[in-house]
Design a protein around this ligand. Structure first.
Ligand SMILES: [Fe+2]
Length: 297
């Protein structure tokens, strides 16, 4: 299938009927490979097993739409850790579904301590923007590129505490990682908004501090507030600020391939499929306004 450009939807099981109801709203489907794997736990022989229902569903989707992958399982920010078994499963998925690109987060979720069982926090925790983290991540992203010959993107994260005395700004760190680590940038605009609200900075000034020529994919989503903090819960329509940020970034990101809407399955019964379709249609209107196929490398 042709490399997709345009509007994508992040897959979850609750969206299954959506693909027949509103097929015209989607140019590509993004999946999280981790939902296709049942994990028997660290150290177990044949640790990852294919989840049959999910695997069949994604197989059907892959016949109709170009597919891209968005991992949570690499936990790239965990020092001294790389899960070869997870990588092998991802390689198998690439063979079967023909992903056009893949990505993971600028964060870590797995804690590894000698003599202790692997611990998954189920949270994307922030990494310090320093030389040590940078060199570690460069090695990992280059290794992933060497094993899977596809564009690989790294996504900006949310954080709920600040790390003091960092060597680099986020923009400097991402630029160095993309340049030396042979990867692209997945800019999550709702994550920018969440951080801007929680830490009281101007999201446009933050975006101006990034090298937008490295942006290859954008995520948009909604969220809510818990205990006075804005959360990246993917709970519904995008806030107006996210649309304004998208309108600002689109003409400034010459390598952009697609805009992906993320919605969590637990919120779908509340917001309904129509609401998802409206978000995708609104994203498409902005895409059409700012983009033509000739903009995409
Ligand atoms: Fe995202």
């Amino acid at each position: 299938m042709k490399t997709p450009t345009g509007i994508g939807l992040m897959y979850n099981m609750a969206l299954d009927p959506y693909f027949d109801l509103y097929p015209e709203t989607i140019d590509y489907v993004e999946i999280t490979p981790d939902i296709l794997l049942q994990d028997k736990g660290p150290g177990q022989p044949g640790r990852f097993v294919q989840a049959p229902r999910e695997w069949d569903t994604v197989r059907r989707l892959a016949r109709r739409w170009p597919m891209v992958a968005h991992h949570v399982g690499f936990s790239l920010g965990t020092d001294g850790y790389f899960d070869e078994e997870y990588l092998e499963n991802v390689i198998q998925m690439h063979r079967e579904f023909g992903f056009h690109w893949h990505s993971d987060h600028l964060s870590y979720s797995k804690l590894i301590e000698e003599g202790q069982p692997e611990y998954n926090t189920c949270l994307a925790l922030p990494i310090p923007y320093d030389s040590e983290s940078l060199e570690m991540l460069i090695k990992k992203t280059r290794y992933i590129r060497s094993r899977i010959d596809l564009p690989f993107f790294i996504e900006n994260n949310v954080y709920f505490t600040e790390i003091p005395d960092e060597e680099f700004t986020e923009g400097e760190f991402v630029k160095a990682l993309c340049t030396r680590g042979d990867c692209g940038f997945l800019l999550d605009l709702h994550n920018v908004y969440v951080n801007a609200v929680n830490f009281n900075f101007d999201p446009i000034a933050f975006i101006d501090s990034l090298d937008l020529s490295m942006v290859e994919e954008i995520h948009i989503a909604g969220g809510d507030e818990i205990g006075g903090m804005r959360m990246d819960s993917h709970s519904g329509p995008c806030p107006e600020v996210v649309w304004e940020l998208l309108d600002y970034v689109l003409p400034r990101a010459p390598r952009l391939r697609g805009i992906t809407f993320e919605v969590d399955e637990s919120y779908l019964p509340l917001i309904g499929f129509e609401s998802v379709a409206r978000e995708l249609q609104r994203a498409r209107a902005l895409w059409d306004l700012h983009k033509t196929p000739s903009h995409v490398a």
